[in-house]
Design a binder for this molecule. Sequence first.
Ligand code: NAP
Length: 463
Amino acid sequence: MLYMSIETINPTVNETLESFEEISEKSLEAALTLAQRAFGNWKITSYKHRADLLYQVAALMRANKESLAKLITLEMGKLIAQAEEEIDLSADIFDYYARHGARLLEDKALNPQYGKAFIRNSPIGIVLGIEPWNFPFYQVARFAAPNLMVGNTVLIKHASIVPQCAIAIQDLFKEASAPAGVYTNLLLSGKRATELVSDHRIKGVSLTGSEEAGASIAAAAGKNLKKSVLELGGNDAFIILEDADLDKTVDWAVVGRINNNGECCVASKRFIAVEAIADQFLEKFKDKLANLRVGDPMDRTTELGPLSSEAAVIHLEEQVQRSVEAGATVLLGGKRIDRPGAFMEPTILTDLKPGIVAYHEELFGPVASFYRVKDEQEAIDLANDSTYGLGCSVFTQNIERGKRIADQIDSGMVFINHPTWTQADLPFGGTKRSGYGRELSELGIEEFVNKKLIRISELNDPF
Ligand code: NAP
């Protein structure tokens, strides 16, 4: 078998730093056997014991924050301060499920016509998480922490461009004295991960990534009658109403678009302003994007770093070019930056309509699409005119108005007066082609459980 090479390529300078070998078939089989054996014990381990492991992992993350954050920045170009925030957020997630997991999973009493009954959340076995590179620690945390609390054992296939982050997380579990096989990182290609879904020992699969990868995993899961959760792309609208606080809204618009160098599934991507405020918004937004300090993500004064890879910047520039050829106007930027590394200019596109690439596709980087609409209703209709349905933001000083609009938006999450974001105790996920299922909160922790009915009868109860 030809194994894929898995490499760290620093996107700030496009330099290859490390290469790793994909796991062999023999080692993969050994990992599965170990994870299955570990499940036998882990499923009967107390919540307290499982929580102890999670607390320990969280503490180690915090203790090693600096070096772990540097790895993130090195492998995928995130600004160093944001990488540190990601480590904090990931540690918070481990702590949260350690502290609240048992409560979230506690038995639910039922009231049957006669006798007694309750629902118990039982673990199901080995679950496979296929994760993207854009939040190398957070993505793993939001899948692994709840599932380990449930009593499942976890296999992770991480994105091939962040192997050192993937290995570092495995090392944290080792240092926390996790029983062998409870958490296992697999250096594996996407193709082999899909094949792995058919293994009888794997009981569920969750993928965060592109639609193509999601469709491939959903097909494999369906064929093998397994539960799947998909967290896919988005083309989130950011609606600006005439009663929005303009300056604060512009500040959030910039954060919403360029946080993580623009590479967020829930980044604000389509800025939809009603006529009465559109010109003022656009002028200020353009001014702020044009003046961002672009540079080395390790430098704490940098405001915009590189994209995650050379392939990513080539793809994004191509999407912009194809949009322009089809009639879009470039109001700002539009090209990759003429310097080493995967840097893209902060960009604003206007004059977008159906049929143009940027109208339909997700633009993963610092490229904002701007739309001017007549009124609130047109803003809602345009926001909903997308195959995606992940997040959405509405900026208005009238919260009741914001809630009324939220009601009419077809997406998994709507944030009023904030870009869509995440925290340990809020559910995360989308509708339409953004996927199905949820991660985090009581919704996420219940995705891979057996909701087992336990019924207690008197011997003389009727049949
Ligand atoms: P991607 O190419 O789909 O990769 C994601 C993961 O899937 C990686 O581990 C990748 O492995 C694997 N993979 C790729 N093709 C596969 C296949 N055919 N079968 C099984 N696994 C496969 O996505 P990406 O470009 O890295 O990530 C960006 C996308 O993720 C964007 O669309 C973004 O919006 C989405 N995302 C969504 C969320 C959410 O919560 N909804 C969060 C973050 C990102 P390799 O690296 O080895 O190819």
